[in-house]
Design a protein around this ligand. Sequence first.
Ligand SMILES: [Zn+2]
Length: 237
Amino acid sequence: MNIDNNLRHLLENETKIHLAEIRFLYQKLDRQLGLNGARVPITFGFDTDRLGAYTPGFGQDEEEFHFSLLFIGYCVAKPLSKDDRIDLYKHEYAHYMQYNMDIPDKYNWQPGIHGSAWKYCCSLIGAAPTPYYKAGEGLIKHDYDKVLKKKITDKSIPIRDTYSREQEYRKKKNSTVKFNINDDVNHPKFGKGTIEHIEQLEGSVRLHVRFGEDLKKIDQKWLLQANLKKAGASRHI
Ligand SMILES: [Zn+2]
């Protein structure tokens, strides 16, 4: 989207105020929880498809909070209400909590970036436990017990955050080589094999595996999943 230069300039001038508002809120939450979220860098951008994001500092990624001025800005056509803005900041802080706090085992049943661990974090700070943005959400009283037991299925509304980053992360994860040449692997159909060659592709890794006389090309992701399933199945015996 082309943003009017004038609007861009006005929004850039607002960042100091937003920064102060977010830091003030995060300092308060830090004191409650004994965390250091207010020290994480906060950046702003002009994303049109998501409101915010939290990037944990893994690998080459720098840890940061990121917010789109096109949503949080005061001078846009449809600004968020203060409650919704604060709720968005809490939403991202809950992601930060997910990576920086011990989550009790019973809240780890549902995987995913907006899974039960994240919803548990939302319940501690009063954030709306929904990954999608609906106006007025920040004001509703949420039944955390209920959402902690049930999956959110409403996908009709724009996602608040991290969608593109989550995809990037998945892509990166799938293209990270997890094996070495000469490693022995187990294939559900072909049995024991040895890795002879590893090809790193964009978004995936292709293993060339020797099973006796046959050389098979196997997607690493597939092999990891097959082995996981096998390990999981044997545990129940
Ligand atoms: Zn989120």
